[in-house]
Design a protein around this ligand. Structure first.
Ligand SMILES: Cc1ncc(COP(=O)(O)O)c(C=O)c1O
Length: 399
């Protein structure tokens, strides 16, 4: 399979735009959107049949007792889809449920983890801003605190991060929240090694894997964590919005969806599978995204995206005279590179640069300010190739 621009028309993306931003909100291919539309057509034709029988076998609570919806022993469409997602991440199907997005997955777990006054949530300074907000919100309500471990960055060292987290764990640390792939800085973090230290200290671990599924090979149970949430609408090609939440079997009791509905008390998967009337087609179409990846060859996709991201880092840093200090082993499918130093390192400059790249040069890419610099994070996807990165390099120099 030839990757690069030859694949671009497999996505509905605007051909006039150089899209180097796949990671930010994802982009679903035509094949997947067609599957989703077929599901929507089916829903439109017989909404009750689709939503209350085929999709969820809901109504067990509505009927006040035994499940009237369970007219068949066939798995519901939601369960069948969850099974395929579970298999993709190496998990048992009953340990995986759908949520709308990684933010929801994190919030779900934060609501469930017992925290008393004086307890601590530990995380890193690389956590996603919205997730930091969720941690602060939950901690404030319980009289708990959120503490941040500073990651060794921009000269990133994965082993040093493990040591810093280990040293930061205190007697009141109850929960560690850690990214699998950080957002703006795009670092693949050593979550298994971090979890090992946490287990030894009795600290529960939640992994925010927003960017991991479909970007790097993933076997969730082998990480030794308690909870893992990951987006399907970013790198596994599902339509927005689809994500999953995995919980170790011992953690499922007491873990409820953010929206409490009819299935309360009827078991982990039943509760999450039926959260009121809603469009479930993004979840149901998620397996089509997995098939799309399988047809391209998942290992080849990972290799192409990784190699292109790494090469982009080298090329951009060389062209812009800046330094890339992350090791290749901590790079997945995205890379963050400092822009030339003549750009002031503030948010307004970053925002102007992002707009100028899009509106003057037709390039969509993530631009942000941190550590006194403007940074540009490139996402590499199979529809991109080196010439896209060269256009970005030239455009920044021209501005
Ligand atoms: C590390 C991390 N966590 C959470 C999110 C939020 O993802 P979503 O908006 O799909 O919930 C992102 C988004 O990029 C992210 O990078």
């Amino acid at each position: 399979m030839a990757f690069g621009h030859g694949l671009r028309d497999r996505w509905p993306l605007d051909p006039a735009i150089v899209y180097l931003n796949h990671g930010t909100v994802g982009a679903a291919p035509h094949d997947v959107l067609r599957v989703q539309q077929t599901l929507r057509d089916r829903m439109a034709r017989q909404p009750s049949q689709f939503l209350l029988r085929d999709v969820t076998h809901a109504l067990s609570g509505l009927s006040g007792g035994s499940a009237v919806g369970t007219a068949t022993n066939e798995p519901t469409l939601v369960r069948a889809a969850a099974r395929q997602v579970a298999s993709f991440v190496g998990a048992a199907s009953d340990d995986v449920v759908f949520v709308d997005n990684a933010t929801s997955g994190v919030n779900t777990v934060l609501r469930a983890v017992p925290l008393a006054s004086g307890d601590e949530i530990l995380t890193t300074d690389q956590s996603y801003g919205a997730v930091m907000n969720a941690m602060r919100f939950v901690a404030a309500r319980r009289g708990a605190t959120v503490n941040f471990v500073e990651a060794p960055y921009p000269r990133f060292d994965a082993d040093e991060l493990v040591e810093r987290i280990d040293r930061a764990i205190g007697p009141r640390t109850r929960l560690l929240v850690v990214d699998h792939v950080t957002s703006s800085t795009a670092l693949v973090l050593p979550v298994a090694a971090i979890a090992e230290r946490c287990r030894a200290r009795g600290v529960t671990v939640l992994v925010d894997g927003a960017h991991a599924p479909g970007a790097i090979p993933l076997d969730v149970p082998s990480l030794g964590v308690d909870y893992y949430t990951g987006n399907l609408h970013k790198w596994t090609q599902a339509p927005q919005t689809a994500a999953f939440l995995w919980a170790a079997p011992l953690r499922q009791d007491g873990l409820h969806p953010l929206v409490i509905s009819w299935e309360l008390g009827r078991g982990f998967t039943s509760e999450f599978d039926m959260v009121g009337t809603r469009d479930l087609t993004p979840w149901l179409a998620a397996p089509a995204g997995l098939r799309f990846l399988a047809d391209l060859g998942f290992a080849d996709v990972c290799r192409w995206n990784h190699d292109l991201a790494w090469q982009a880092g080298q090329l951009l840093a060389a062209r812009w005279g800046t330094r890339l200090e992350v090791p290749e082993s901590s790079v997945g499918t995205m890379i963050a590179v400092p822009a030339p130093s003549r750009f002031a390192g503030d948010a307004a400059t970053a925002s102007r640069l992002r707009d100028a790249l899009l509106f003057t040069h037709g390039i969509e890419v993530h631009v942000y300010a941190a550590l006194g610099h403007v940074w540009i994070r490139v996402s590499a996807q199979v529809y991109n190739e080196r010439t896209d990165v060269e256009r970005l390099a030239d455009a920044v120099l021209a501005l």
